[in-house]
Structures are given as structure tokens and as C-alpha cells.
Design a binder for this molecule. Structure first.
Ligand SMILES: Cc1cc2nc3c(=O)[nH]c(=O)nc-3n(C[C@H](O)[C@H](O)[C@H](O)COP(=O)(O)OP(=O)(O)OC[C@H]3O[C@@H](n4cnc5c(N)ncnc54)[C@H](O)[C@@H]3O)c2cc1C
Ligand SMILES: NC(=O)c1ccc[n+]([C@@H]2O[C@H](COP(=O)([O-])OP(=O)(O)OC[C@H]3O[C@@H](n4cnc5c(N)ncnc54)[C@H](OP(=O)(O)O)[C@@H]3O)[C@@H](O)[C@H]2O)c1
Length: 446
């Protein structure tokens, strides 16, 4: 019997499990599956962890989520085609849910299946090697401090790529009297109440961590971009300046001459694709981009078609794109999709990479990833979902952000699965301090 290893049970690993489960429900004989996750439960980043640094076993904590995180895109854009929000919550809910609500949704679908028995929790994959015929995986059961070796025909890498921070150093950091942390270790903006905070970076973490600090009462928030400013209309108390030059004592001095006293510096400088468990011949090496090279259809490792990667792209589309990838990966593993010749694979990868390199603005990037996801969708029996509506929603969302970065999360969208329209949330995001599921879901019926 074919044996498949799935590394990670975040949203991508759960999509993979679901894909196999759906095939089994249709009467198909599925491979034997073993999942590994180094955390004690599934959900990946969405399984919030107060810990930073290492866990109780000395293993690095993969989690980068913070306590008061809300979805930064409309939930309608990430909805599962086979498990709608309406089905999970029993009625339409607002478009920008907090972390706890989205976690409940992701886990809700997984719990419908008999899947947990396939997962070895608290188990870190230490090494993956290929011997020309199959893969050998060494894993560490952290709780019982036991190492195991298993052999597999296929390996699916769904270990995420927002867990290992990229941490640059700036002159003066060694003598800075305040706190310096990476967004990976940011858990709660409350600790920055009344403080002058510097945020470095100009992508989603910089945007949202800066907004969190402002929302929870930071005295000032100064964002230092490196290449391109985000350029939003920031509220009073927030500003965006050009690139940190150095720190002198507690003063941050920027390349545009701007000076700012600082109590804390939060590095929102992105993450590394880091796969210490893979040998060099199997290892994806890429920056965070929409089409990492060497992955056919964004999934199949060019040099070994028995190795599949999920979710390694920079992401506009998330959960339903992961599903499309997982359904595709499943059909490759089950022999329903034939992989073409090496030259055709190379041609296809080169085509997508060349297109990606020409992208100039968010609208084009949204189009690019929508086209990619639609192509994958067409290659499997993943249920119907309106990607044209999702494309439209993403563009509208981008424009809402430009209009007002403080209010874009108060908008509402329609479902690409059920067509239902989300209700307006009872409290605008900027003043919603209690974001528990109970409070968020209360009164959200239309
Ligand atoms: C701060 C932050 C906020 C985000 N907010 C949103 C959002 O609002 N909306 C959205 O759609 N997306 C958001 N994302 C994007 C996020 O990438 C996806 O939502 C999703 O979590 C990716 O799923 P994944 O399965 O690829 O990875 P992860 O969620 O990272 O899961 C990977 C899993 O692999 C396990 N693992 C890793 N290494 C090993 C190993 N060696 N052995 C065993 N197990 C291993 C980990 O324990 C983890 O459970 C956010 C990302 C970050 C960092
Ligand atoms: N739900 C939410 O609200 C939420 C919140 C946070 C994050 N997220 C998600 O988390 C994921 C990761 O986002 P991310 O912003 O952490 O990573 P990212 O999108 O990869 O961006 C990395 C940023 O780091 C900057 N950078 C890198 N090196 C730098 C340096 N030496 N000095 C200054 N800046 C530097 C880059 O700037 P250049 O452009 O100049 O290279 C870029 O702005 C995304 O999928 C995002 O959607 C979601």
C-alpha cells in the first residue's frame, strides 16, 4: 500500500487530510497516511500559543499569531468550497472575524472527519532523506522523548513558512535601552500602551502590528519602510518614515533625517522558508513570493515528483487555494494526474515565474494568484466556488484599505459559496476591544 507522510497540520496539512477523506467517501482506496505535527494540537498558526522562543521540550515555537489578530482579508475570499461559513455558524457572520472565530471554522471542518487518529502530535520531523526509491523520516516524539524511523512513498511538506523570523541588525541595537522583538514574538499590544513604538517593514505584519499598537494605546507609532511606503492615511499618532539608519541611545534616526524617541522596536521584517529537516536535494529555497520556482503547479518538487509542497507561496488566496493544491496533490499521489516530461514542467514553471516577475501592483498580483488558483481548481474535483467573485472582492478590499485603513474591516462581502451577504459587525474594529468569539458572534444575525 502507498504510504504518505504529511508534515504539519496547519490549514495546508488539514486541506491534505480533507482531500484524501473526500476521495475515500467516494469509494476510492486511499493511501496509508501519517501526519506529524510538532505542536500539541492541529490548526498551525491559528492554534494560538502564548509561548515565544522554545516550548517545554526545547523545540522552537512555530506560532506567530497574536492575541487580538483579526482576519486582514474578507473571510469570503478564503471560504472552503465544501464547508461554508453559513454551514459552520448556522447563519451569516461579519466579513472580518477575529482569530478565535476563524480557528473555530478551520477546526470545525477538520472535526467532521475521523482524522485525528492519523496525526502524531508533539512530534517533530527531524530528517527526511530520499534513497532513490522512497523516503526515510526520522521524527522525535517530544513527550516521550522517543525517536522513530518510518519509510514513505510520498512526502507532503505543509510545515508553513511564517514561523522562522528574518531578523536584521541595525547599528545601535546592542546599546538600545528598550525592548527589541520580531513580529513572530509579538503576542499582545497591551504591553506597548503609553510607549513610543518603532515598527520596521512595509508589509502585512508592519501594517497590522502598527495598527494594533495604536489601537491598544501606544503613545506614538513610527513605521520605517525600506523600499516602498505602504502609504495609507494613518490616524493621528501614527506616521510612516523612510528606513532606519541607526539607533543612538533611545533615539531612532531614519534615513530621511527623521528622529524619534523609542521605547520598543518591533521588527516586521518577514520570515524565512526554513526546512532544516530536508536534505539539500529536496529543499525549497526561496524568498516570500507568489511563484516560488522549482514547484510544478506550485506544488510538485521539480526534481522529485514524490515530494509535494503546499502553501509555499506568498498569499492573497489562502484556505481555498490550499484546498485546490491539496486536491491536486492527492490526485498526483493517487495516479489520477500524470506529471508531464521534464521539459514541459520547466516550460510551465518558467512561464509562471516570468509572469510573476512582471507584476507591478496589488491588482495585478491578485489577478495572478486568482489565475493560478483557477487553473489548479480546474484540474481536480474540488467543489464549485466563484473565484471571479473572490477576485472582485480582493480588489474592492484593496481599495477600501486605501480609502481608510482604520475602517476597512467594517465592510461586508458576499459568499462565493452560498451567495449570502455578511451582516455589518455590531462594533467597528477600531473600538472592538473584546474580540472573543462570544462577543463577536453575539448579535451578528441579520
Ligand atoms: C501573523 C500572521 C497572521 C496571518 N493572518 C492571516 C489571515 O488573517 N488570513 C489568512 O488567510 N491568512 C493569514 N496568515 C497566513 C497563514 O500563512 C495561513 O493562514 C496559514 O496558517 C498557513 O497554513 P500552513 O498550514 O501553510 O502553515 P502553518 O499554519 O504555519 O502550519 C504549519 C504546521 O506545521 C507544523 N510543523 C512545522 N515544522 C514541523 C516539523 N519539523 N515537524 C512537525 N510539524 C511541523 C507546525 O507546528 C504547524 O502546525 C497569517 C500569517 C501570519 C504569520
Ligand atoms: N491577519 C492579519 O492581520 C495579519 C497580520 C500580520 C501578518 N499577516 C500575514 O502574515 C504573512 C507574513 O507577512 P509579513 O509582513 O510578516 O512578511 P512579508 O509579507 O514577507 O514582508 C516582509 C517585510 O519585511 C521587510 N523587510 C525585510 N528585510 C528588511 C530590513 N532589513 N529592514 C526593513 N524591512 C525589511 C520587507 O520590506 P521590502 O518590501 O522593502 O523588502 C517587507 O515589507 C502574510 O501572509 C500576511 O498576510 C496577517
Amino acid at each position: 500500500m502507498t504510504k504518505v507522510a504529511i508534515i504539519g497540520t496547519g490549514p495546508c496539512g488539514l486541506s491534505m487530510l480533507r482531500a484524501f477523506e473526500q476521495a475515500e467517501k467516494k469509494g476510492e482506496k486511499i493511501p496509508e497516511i501519517v501526519c506529524f505535527d510538532k505542536q500539541e494540537d492541529w490548526g498551525g498558526l491559528w492554534n494560538y500559543n502564548w509561548r515565544t522562543g522554545s516550548d517545554q521540550y526545547g523545540d522552537p515555537v512555530p506560532n506567530s499569531m497574536y492575541r487580538y489578530l483579526w482576519s486582514n482579508g474578507p473571510k469570503e475570499c478564503l471560504e472552503f468550497a465544501d464547508y461554508s461559513f453559513d454551514e459552520h455558524f448556522g447563519h451569516p457572520i461579519p466579513s472580518f472575524p477575529p482569530r478565535e472565530v476563524l480557528y473555530d471554522y478551520i477546526i470545525g471542518r477538520a472535526k467532521k472527519g475521523n482524522l485525528k487518529n492519523k496525526v502524531r502530535f508533539n512530534t517533530t520531523v527531524m530528517t527526511v532523506t530520499y534513497n532513490g526509491k522512497n523516503f526515510e523520516i526520522t521524527s522525535h516524539d517530544k513527550k516521550n522523548d522517543k525517536f522513530s524511523k518510518d519509510t514513505f512513498d510520498y512526502v507532503v511538506v505543509s510545515s508553513g513558512h511564517f514561523s522562522v523570523p528574518f531578523i536584521p541588525e541595525y547599528p545601535g541595537m546592542k546599546s538600545f535601552p528598550g525592548r527589541i522583538l520580531h513580529s513572530h514574538d509579538f503576542r499582545d499590544a497591551e504591553e506597548f500602551r503609553g510607549k513610543n513604538v518603532i515598527v520596521l517593514g512595509s508589509s502585512y505584519s508592519a501594517e497590522d502590528v502598527a495598527l494594533q499598537c495604536h489601537k491598544y494605546g501606544a503613545k506614538s507609532v513610527t513605521i520605517g519602510y525600506r523600499n516602498n511606503p505602504m502609504g495609507f492615511k494613518w490616524p493621528n499618532g501614527m506616521k510612516e518614515v523612510h528606513y532606519l539608519d541607526r539607533l543612538e541611545g533611545n533615539k531612532a534616526i531614519f534615513k530621511d533625517g527623521h528622529k524619534q524617541e523609542a521605547d520598543a522596536i518591533i521588527l516586521c521584517t518577514g520570515y524565512l522558508h526554513h526546512f532544516p529537516f530536508l536534505t539539500e536535494d529536496l529543499k525549497l529555497k526561496t524568498r516570500n513570493r507568489l511563484y516560488p520556482p522549482k514547484l510544478y503547479k506550485g506544488v510538485v518538487w521539480e526534481n522529485n515528483h514524490k515530494l509535494l509542497y503546499l502553501g509555499m507561496q506568498d498569499q492573497f488566496h489562502t484556505f481555498n487555494m490550499f484546498d485546490c493544491q491539496a486536491w491536486y496533490a492527492r490526485d498526483v499521489i493517487m495516479g489520477k494526474i500524470k506529471i508531464p516530461s521534464s521539459s514541459e514542467i520547466k516550460k510551465d514553471i518558467d512561464k509562471w515565474v516570468a509572469m510573476e516577475e512582471k507584476l507591478e501592483n496589488p491588482d495585478q498580483m491578485i489577478d495572478f494568484q486568482t489565475e493560478y488558483t483557477k487553473e489548479l481548481h480546474g484540474l481536480s474535483d474540488y467543489p464549485k466556488i466563484d473565484f471571479e467573485l473572490i477576485r472582485k472582492h480582493f480588489k474592492e478590499w484593496e481599495h477600501h484599505k486605501v480609502e481608510d485603513i482604520m475602517t476597512y474591516r467594517n465592510k461586508f462581502f458576499s459568499s462565493p459559496v452560498t451567495g449570502s451577504v455578511a451582516p455589518i459587525h455590531h462594533t467597528p474594529w477600531a473600538s472592538a476591544m473584546d474580540d472573543s468569539s462570544k462577543t463577536f458572534l453575539n448579535q451578528s444575525k441579520k
